[in-house]
Design a binder for this molecule. Sequence first.
Ligand code: DPP
Ligand code: ZN
Length: 853
Amino acid sequence: PVTIHRGDYRRPEWQIPDIALDFALGITMTRVTAALSVVRAAPAPAPLLLRGDGLAAAEVRVDGAVWNDWRMEGGDLVIDLGHRDAARIEVDTLIDPSANTQLSGLYASNDMLCTQCEAEGFRRITFHPDRPDVLSRYRVRMTGDKAAFPVLLSNGNRVATGEGAGGTHWALWEDPWPKPSYLFALVAGDLVVNRDRFTTMSGREVELGIWVREGDLERTHHAMAALKHSMRWDEEVYGREYDLDLFNIVAVSDFNMGAMENKGLNIFNTRYILADPDTATDADFDGVEGVVAHEYFHNWSGNRVTCRDWFQLSLKEGFTVYRDQSFSAAMGSPAVKRIEDVRLLRAAQFPEDAGPLAHPIRPDSYQEISNFYTATVYNKGAEVIRMMATLLGAERFRKGTDLYFDRHDGEAATCEDFVCAMEEGGDIDLGQFRRWYEQAGTPKLHLALAQEGRDWFMDVTQTIPATPGQETKAPMMIPLRLAAFAMDGSGALLPERLATLTDAVQRIPLGQFAARPALSVNRGFSAPVIIDLERASGELAWLAAHDDDPFARYEALQQLMLDTLVAAVSGKADDREAVIGAVGQTLEGAVNDPAFVAEAALLPNEAFIGDQMVTVDPDAIRRERLALQMAIGTALENEWRAILARSAPAATDPSPEAKGRRRLRGVALAYLAASGLEDVPGLAFAIFSQADGMTERQAALATLAHGDSDERTHALDIFYQRYRDNPLVLDKWFQVQAWSQRADTVATVAELAQHPDFTLTNPNRVRSLYGAFAGNQAAFHQADGAGYRLLADLVIALDPRNPQTAARMIPPLGRWRRFDEGRQLLMKAELERILAQPGLSRDVTEQASKSLM
Ligand code: DPP
Ligand code: ZN
């Protein structure tokens, strides 16, 4: 496999100001005629290199005449244009969308044709440089059977339509904004539309459309509301206005990613568009809102200012995730949103940063760019933007983003360009801060309180673990929000301040106190680091009850739970009573802030407990976590029952308060179930049957799925019968079973893989079963290796069909170093078995071979 290096970047030798594409559409055969106006951009006479993947060129025409000076190099088309400085190149390609199981390029989903071009799918449609620093104006003509494809969509504005021969019709679309090929999109199908309008801040009338299959229309209203809120928010917070008369979204069932920000024609996984209270949980609703916003925000952070090369991916993704996180925080509860974001970071990114696939948010090399759409590039990338926003403050950060957008509008930019704009706009030196772009690994801050007379200090030692290719690291610039409290209740001894760490070892003065204060650090999770600070359980419990920063209260309680669980797992004395007391105290806020209480009362998940240990012991973690859950469930039984006794809010009530109450009811039910009380299956089944919406229904079903009651079987049957024709809900049926804490879950997952409704053709279905299973630590790491075998079998079966989705299933196997020797051997053997398959994709080869290193 060829490794591509960031340092090898060269400017394109040819630019392509204009492209005309003509599609004669058919499910099994589509003819694409591409006309590229090319202009030499470098002085030296270089041939024109057009990338192709699985394409054949029958004929090349230059300025209207047949041209013979071309050759194929691998899949690429190389045209020698001699000393010409400009030319019009025409090439025809024939593609079969129905055979495109990779879901990259032009493919068929149900009876619809659609595209996915990021990162390198455009070369599967026609020959093209297919690099993001070649920007063109597109003119797209599509012709297709009117009955099969009544709706014909592409980027930009529809400028003409007409009827053709033999029951065909055509549409001509023009996108006035130059864009890279990865933002090209086309959709043809039998679709219905939810129409709306939006008036931008300067008075532009924009026609909005969400296109779905007949029958799905009623489930598009939440997405539409989210779109309009996003458009307004981007105007108000970033001064960014929409720039076309049309904004279309299409929902597609078979989709590798969550969604795609194609200019003026976003294409979405149905999962992030369709939602109503009967079929979608509150979390699903939030997912729709967040992803609609994310893709919309890309119109500026990604489309108007795009990436120079794929090493800069975090330029658009990290920034856009930060933007969608801020948006969702503003739409709901900022504290709860921050907790959710941090939980995701710790679940997905910290393990990546600590494993064989660790890479900086701006990687230095790759073999297959699809493998770098990672939690590091996206979520750590967002944390890096957030730290700059923290260092600059809101006003100067806005100056920085204004400068960035103004200076680079219409350009393909770099992460360095972004940092420069922050430095100039924010009037700050970010020299050392740039290491966040260069160094992988999660920094660890070892903290200790020190005292000299009445003066107190915080001594900080910063270390960053070695990661592949980076043995030694230099200290990072880290913004750390902190405060200190007197535990006697006399209040804040040190009101919140921002300390900026720059050195490996550093002493931060805190002020003068009579006694040791309770330290509240990394408030709001101001930096994506691991804090190592010895604190007594009494101090943590005090902070969990009294800290004035909600995130810090959550953290204190989580730390208390973690300390207790880690002690129990290692057979040391634990402080269960302190945890029960602190959870009980937290529950006193259940009425006023149910959403926060629900988050805070949840025990850390099994994987995160494992991350605290030298060697992960999945069975002991499962056992001790269940034991603690049972103890909390039993000790606070009355409180949990009281929460459930209050009437449930109507499922149609989307207010943060109602969402919080539903969430807390789910947590209460889970605690009662863990306590093993006899009436709980009946209670869960009653909630399941009487629920007027999916949030409660799924929570009850998931709780039942852990047990072995008759109610479990019954509820699973009812759920299946009721929703078997709704693929997104059926995904949940697979998912709750794969999440189950039952001892036979590996066998169940193997059985479900043979279920008539399981299919490898739909990525959502694959993720709902195997993705959920790989996240079920005790089941996946079953000591006999059956879980590993199951996942490896999937990768091997899926790779020939869909390498992108197959490769995403590898990282759980790559965590072998964290486990005992027996499991290590079993995990490595499966990685080796995968690598031994003939004809393995570049995607899976890269992930599996790096995972073994
Ligand atoms: N679909 C991906 C995203 O929006 C790729 N751009 O993040
Ligand atoms: Zn994105």
